[in-house]
Design a protein around this ligand. Structure first.
Ligand SMILES: Cc1cc2nc3c(=O)[nH]c(=O)nc-3n(C[C@H](O)[C@H](O)[C@H](O)COP(=O)(O)O)c2cc1C
Length: 325
């Protein structure tokens, strides 16, 4: 069993402490586990530039490697090899630190289980070039993950998008989330050690994240002593509201209904909606189908308006010249 700890905080500071304590918990439960810890703070992980080279290569029969070469590949390889992950990132301005998003953007899309399988199916039918059996299917292996969001603020409203942002790493590759913990009030380095309950919780998170690997996925219970959250799938408390009684979980993309029960707000999601959450194969496949449909919708529209669009685009390409003319 390979367990990877990833910390996006400062070296030996709060994310490192909480991540490493969770790893100690995992090691206590599984003494034979192979543990790797990476602090990313001094690593160079550039942003995705949206070049499309990765998806283009996949559709042309190759692997979907990222063409930007930096420390991303080392971390990516570690995530691919890991069976269980403990990921800790600091909240910077309400969300996980920017470097985390850089990693997520370059990792997620390229590991989308549905999108890759869609291409492999096309390879099997000969509609796309490439050997479907040459693709390393171990990339789709079962993985468990726990996220730890670390913020200095004493109130949770200053860390409001921390755990939600962390959730975005694992859903394209369908990692099973065991815990997603908001460790706020962490202002000073070393602070976590002044709260033994918190350290115990980290050990429990580490232990459960590793134990979950040996369980039937259906039997794994989400663990968070702070509560189960509102969305039954991602366990976040964020909702999109539009003035009707239908609400949407922004993380899972599933729709629920709200009602008032005395002084309580009730939010319910049907089994059918849960089954199409973004981190399920069905949910990912909805998006693959949507993306693959873009060409049929946009292609004819663009061709029919080509001259007009070429003319309009001059306004953008020659902006500097035109704006001060
Ligand atoms: C630029 C910056 C922005 C921050 N924004 C927030 C914030 O919005 N909410 C919060 O709770 N803490 C915020 N913090 C505090 C950090 O999340 C906190 O110090 C955390 O412990 C840092 O993780 P580390 O100790 O592992 O480096 C911010 C820190 C920095 C440097």
């Amino acid at each position: 069993m390979k367990i990877l700890g990833l910390s996006f905080g400062k070296k030996n500071a709060n994310c490192d402490i909480l991540c490493k304590e969770a790893l100690y918990g995992a090691k206590e439960a599984f003494p034979d586990a192979e543990i790797t810890f990476i602090n990313t703070q001094r690593l160079h992980i550039d942003r995705c530039i949206g070049c499309g080279a990765c998806s283009g290569a996949l559709e042309h029969g190759k692997d979907n490697d990222c063409i930007i070469k930096d420390d991303f590949q080392m971390v990516e390889n570690q995530v691919r090899e890991a069976d269980a992950l403990i990921v800790a990132a600091p909240v910077y301005v309400l969300q996980p630190v920017g470097q985390y998003k850089n990693f997520v953007d370059r990792f997620g899309c390229r590991h989308d289980v549905s999108a890759i399988n869609w291409v492999l199916d096309k390879r099997r039918t000969g509609e796309m070039p490439g050997d479907p059996d040459a693709f390393p299917l171990e990339r789709f292996k079962r993985r468990t993950v726990s996220y730890i969001s670390v913020g200095g603020a004493t109130t949770e409203d200053w860390t409001s998008m921390g755990t939600a942002g962390l959730h975005l790493l694992g859903f394209p590759v369908m990692m099973q989330v065991v815990s997603n913990y908001n460790a706020n009030s962490m202002g000073t380095v070393g602070n976590p050690y002044l709260d033994q309950d918190l350290i115990d919780t980290m050990h429990e998170i580490g232990k459960r994240t590793a134990q979950a690997l040996e369980m039937d996925p259906k039997d794994v219970e989400y663990y968070n002593p702070k509560g189960q959250g509102t969305c039954p799938v991602c366990h976040q408390n964020l909702l999109m509201v539009d003035g009707t009684t239908t609400v949407t979980c922004p993380i899972c993309g599933i729709h629920g209904t709200i009602s008032i029960d005395g002084d309580k707000l009730r939010v319910e999601f049907s089994e059918a909606q849960k089954a199409r959450a973004r981190g399920t194969f069905a949910g990912l496949r909805e998006h693959t189908t949507e993306i693959q449909g873009f060409g049929a919708i946009c292609g004819p529209k663009i061709m029919a308006n080509k001259e007009f669009l070429d003319e309009q685009m001059k306004r953008i390409k020659n902006f500097d010249e035109l704006i001060n003319a």
